[in-house]
Structure formats: C-alpha cells, structure tokens
Design a protein around this ligand. Sequence first.
Ligand SMILES: *Cc1c(COP(=O)(O)O)cnc(C)c1O
Length: 399
Amino acid sequence: MNTQEIKELDERYVLHTYGRAPLVLERGEGMYVYDTEGKAYLDFVSGIAVNALGYGDPDVLRAINEQAARLVHVSNLYYTIPQAQLAKMLVEASFADKVYFSNSGTESVEAAIKFARKWAKTRHGADKVDFISFTGAFHGRTMGSLALTPRPHYQDPFRPLMPGAKLAIYNNLSSVEALIDENTCAIIVEPLQGEGGVYAAEPAFLKGLRALCTKHDVLLIFDEVQCGLGRTGTLWAHEQYGVTPDIMTLAKPLGGGLPIGATLVTQAVADTIEPGDHAGTFAANPVICAAAQVVFRKISNPAFLEHVRMIGSYIQEGLLDLQGKHEVITEVRGRGAIWGLETSLSDVGPVVDACCERGLLTLKAGPQVLRLLPPLIVDRPDVDKAMEIIDEAFSRVQD
Ligand SMILES: *Cc1c(COP(=O)(O)O)cnc(C)c1O
C-alpha cells in the first residue's frame, strides 16, 4: 500500500480524535524515524517523551523477545517475575515503599486519585475528598484525570466532571493557601509542566506545597509522567528540589515504547489499600515489565543522567542563539531534554510544519510554544542539525 492509500484507510476507519501530520511513519533507528517514502526525520518528539533510548535499543529488544518467548500475559491473579523485579527497582530508587502498575499515564493518575481518596477516608472520614490541581496542568483525559486538567477545550464537551476538583495557580502558593481546607484530600502537581508549555516549578513553590500538605494532612502527588525518568537530567524531576511527594505517577518512557503506568506510594498510603481496591487485567504485563527493567537500569546510570544534563546545557546554548536571531522567540525554557520556545506567533504550527518538511520532528505545547523532546540519547551533532533546521524554519515562517 502506498502512503496515500494508508492515509485514506486511516481517515475512513479510525475515529477522528487525532489531528495528524501528513506522514506515515514506518520504522525507526536510533535518533531517526523513516516514513513510507523512505524520508528520514531526526526525532525531537520521541513519541511524546516516550522513546528515551531512541529506536531499536538492542538490549530493550532482547528483553522483549526473551520475555515474549517465555510468557506474554497471565493477569494479576498470579505472581510474575518481571513485575516483582521492576517494583523493587522503582522503590529502591525513590521515596516510595510500594508500586501499583497500570497501562498509561492517565491510568497512573486515576490510581493516584483512588489511593488518595481511600487514604483520606480511612484516616479522616467521608468528607475529605477534594483535589487541588493547577493552571496549565495536564494529567490525562479519562474522567478523573480530566477533572484535574483545567482546559475548557478538553473538559467542556464531557461535563459533568468528577466533583471535588479545585484549581489553583501554578507557582503561586497563596492561591493554594486560599483553597486548602479540612476537605482537601490531595494536591497534584507536575514539578515541570510539559503540555502546559514547559514551565518548571519554582523551588519555594514546591517546598511550600510540601509544608502546606504536611500541615493540613493532605497528600502531595507529583505527576512525573512526562518530566520523570531522566528527562530533566535527574532520575526524578523533584530531586532537584529536595522535596518528596507521598505519591508519584510515571508512564511515558518507562516501557521503552510499550504501554505501562506506575503509581508509587508511601507506606502510609499503602497501609490503607486492600486487595480489590484497584486492579487492571493488563497491568504489569510481563513483557513490558522486562523491557522497563532495561530502560530503568540504563536511565538511572549516573553517567547517563550526566549526559542528559550536559546535552541540556548544549541545547540551551543553541536555543539562546536562535532567540538572539529571531525576534519572535520571546523565551527559552526547560532543562535536560525538555525544552520550550515561547513565541509571539499566534500559532507555532507553521514552524512545526516547516521543521517537518526539512526532516525534523518537533511538537507544540499550547499554541505559541515550540516543544523539543528528543530521546535522552541525543548527542551534539543531532542538536547542531536540529538547531540549523529550526533556524531555517523560523526564517521562513517570519518571511
Ligand atoms: C502525557 C501525560 C499524562 C497522560 O498520559 P497518557 O499515557 O497519555 O494517558 C499525564 N500526565 C502528564 C504530566 C503527561 O505528560
């Protein structure tokens, strides 16, 4: 089938929930993906912060193949080896004592919502059910996480939403103080907002949230689905703040491209959870847990994280140069391998398209921010090439 036929097939049979770029991607290798016409694209999207090790990492592939030959699925009615081993790795490298596995980012947030509610009801009674989330937040699109994702465009067609969701202002502690009360169950926050425009939390803000949560006996949930697992140059984004949560959600990069979510909790939360409180038929699939162990081992290597920090500085230099050249670039934000270029353009889409035509995949974070999410293995020559293309793209769009 040719490219046009694939597009027509998709248009005809796949429900139209996605606005797609006009290319059909067929295979990937390292930092590159290739379309059905054989054209190569340097990938600064990585499947939306998923492909941390790029495409075709041989160790991940071996783990997938070996585990697939042994056992693909048996459900959580039974113990399996990869799940137990992966849980140990995540717990030993974090604040947490226990892990619940699921299949996606939004499911990891749904689990966090349920565990927080159960904890609060057990410890405080029936009324402590409210959640506070923030402007610019993205926590997912299922009914619980959607209520905590304050965008009219996402929420309005699907009201009524989960009750008890309150909205505070990101990086504004007094907006939280004004909302928090004895009925607040948990605060959920991204230490670095991805979809919301690549905004990092200020240190005083996260520290202040921790203090408020402790004072009011409220759980602090960090959503590290996008910023976690090395993306910001440390294993967890919150490490850079010296603040620990009670619950953390993970997903995007964990499975090496296969779907998995994880909700990490402290013992105090775990103590309120019993068999039957939550479950998933596919959760903690053995093949994915085997792949995730390899991904986790590689990313958590200090030398690997050092590479991400180094390349982060290099990307920042390149982007600041571009800002010097192009007036429409008004701010450069980010760290490690997550960057946002704020622009004065009403829509940065044409820049994304111009990059794509020149063989570079980028994405937006809101209408005005060009976002870069390369695989964490990205190196200097890749960055040089990306900067050249982004430079040309901005020149063309401004003309
Ligand atoms: C992508 C994302 C989610 C949702 O993940 P899905 O796997 O798409 O459901 C939740 N939180 C954050 C911070 C994300 O970036």
